[in-house]
Design a protein around this ligand. Structure first.
Ligand code: ZN
Length: 311
């Protein structure tokens, strides 16, 4: 290879930090010192985890935008990038190359970011969306596979452009108190409720995941308009960011929707079990020690093969 080709290969090849066995979340650092993934010895081997294949496709499949499969088992054609800088948002952890989504997701994020300043939230710090062709990822997330999920930090955007290094190394704010039973009043602000409410009220949003302690605060602060609370679901983790999931797009007949969100606010007593000892301090014996085997191409919808192999 010539030097020019090498440089181009270095630019276009998917670069990744050695974070392999670490869960990737808002507080996990990225790196400026990217290492190129080595080529696969047998890329056609059906036993190869799909994440190894999708993790090596740094650019979108040049096809019409189309979601294929389910949030945790699928892929994405014709992805669009959320620009890394907007007036009211900045993308974090650029080294992960995960600012790709269905055009509906990109538009939703721009719309939400634009609403921010009107409710006292200067702008969004945006974490992971999906890979350029969606699919399973080498690190973190079992969902985020079809360009319809986005993580948004619970730290508002500062009033300046963050440097590349800051975007890799800056930490999101831990919002949950040390006893895990409520938010930390030192860092939680009424505007947190407002920005999550603004997201939940967007008709395209299917559901939002937050930590149960955060849900408790939302229930307390929602006031009279409680129409959006059912969309905000308590979940493990999600104490530094909230996770927005949008609906299957009309252009994607192969997108498999999730069962509708059940009725009910999920407040008060409905949250109690999240604060029991069994959930807050699970016995090690109850934590599965063996991870599930990774998804292969055979586990994904057949159309994902075309998405993976498109030029
Ligand atoms: Zn997420």
């Amino acid at each position: 290879m010539t030097t020019k080709q090498k440089t181009r290969a270095a630019v276009f090849a998917f670069m990744v930090a050695f974070l392999a066995h670490e869960a990737v979340s808002a507080q996990t650092r990225g790196t400026l010192d990217l290492q190129q993934l080595p080529a696969l010895a047998k890329p056609d081997d059906p036993a190869i985890p799909a994440k190894e294949l999708f993790g090596r496709r740094p650019m979108p499949a040049p096809l019409e935008a189309r979601v294929i499969g389910f949030y945790s088992k699928g892929c994405l054609a014709g992805a669009k990038a959320l620009p890394i800088n907007g007036k009211t948002w900045q993308v974090m952890r650029l080294s992960r190359n995960r600012n790709w989504g269905h055009p509906n997701l990109v538009q939703f994020l721009e719309r939400l970011a634009d609403k921010g300043p009107k409710i006292g939230w200067r702008g969004l710090l945006v974490g992971d969306l999906s890979q350029a062709r969606g699919g399973p990822m080498l690190t973190g997330h079992s969902s985020h596979q079809i360009g319809l999920d986005a993580d948004i930090w619970l730290t508002p955007m500062p009033d300046r452009e963050l440097t590349r290094r800051e975007r890799e190394e800056m930490s999101a704010t831990m919002m949950v108190a040390a006893d895990r039973k409520d938010v930390d009043p030192e860092v939680w602000m009424p505007t947190h409720t407002q920005i999550i409410k603004a997201a939940a009220k967007d008709p395209i949003v299917e559901r939002i995941f937050v930590n149960a302690a955060i849900k408790k605060a939302l229930c307390r602060e929602a006031g009279n308009d409680r129409s959006w609370l059912h969309k905000v679901r308590p979940y493990y983790g999600h104490d530094y960011h909230f996770h927005v999931r949008i609906k299957c797009p009309a252009d994607s007949p192969d997108c498999r929707p999730q069962d509708p969100v059940p009725e009910g606010e999920v407040c008060g007593k409905d949250l109690d079990h999240w604060f029991t000892d069994a959930i807050l301090h699970p016995k090690p014996s109850l934590i599965p020690s063996k991870p599930k085997p990774p998804l292969t191409m055979a586990d994904l919808p057949p159309a994902c093969r075309q998405v993976l192999l498109a030029p």
